[in-house]
Write a protein that binds this ligand. Sequence first.
Ligand code: HEC
Length: 142
Amino acid sequence: MKHIKTVLFSTAFMICINALFACSNGTDNTLNVSTSVPSNDITDSTRLTNKSELLTTTVKIENGQKQFKQLGCSGCHNTDSTKLVGPGLAGIGDRGDEYIRNSIINPSAEIVDGYLNLMPSSFASLDDSDLDALVAYLRTLN
Ligand code: HEC
């Protein structure tokens, strides 16, 4: 009698263990979880890209503003539309990036009406990233 009870008990035990394994082996749950992860990843990385682009532009503009002072541009140019030694630079963005770039690296190629050829030509040696930063900053002036 005692022996039969033990056999019954261990059989019941095995059935329970099997039931447990059957549950944890179910593939449906795992699939649901893993399909939702990649779509979240895509939205997150898109947001990250936009954020880092915004950050890059912000850093560039701030660098340009710093250069504008350090290189002495601000000694000759106001950032509103008032005249100093050179013209005020507000609204210069309307002329396009190429025009701004050329005005900096080759100022005597085109002399703004009513001004003298006083802008130094030494800015031609600025490296590309500083030039880019200056252009990005000048475009924000209005
Ligand atoms: C010594 C004075 C002086 C300095 C320093 C100077 N500029 Fe000029 N800039 C001028 C004068 C004068 C003109 C107008 C004559 C001409 O077109 O060259 C001018 C013209 C310009 C123009 C064209 C403006 C227009 O209305 O078309 C831009 C853009 C410009 N400067 C940007 C800069 C930047 C950026 C710096 C610094 C890296 C700088 N300048 C430094 C005197 C200066």
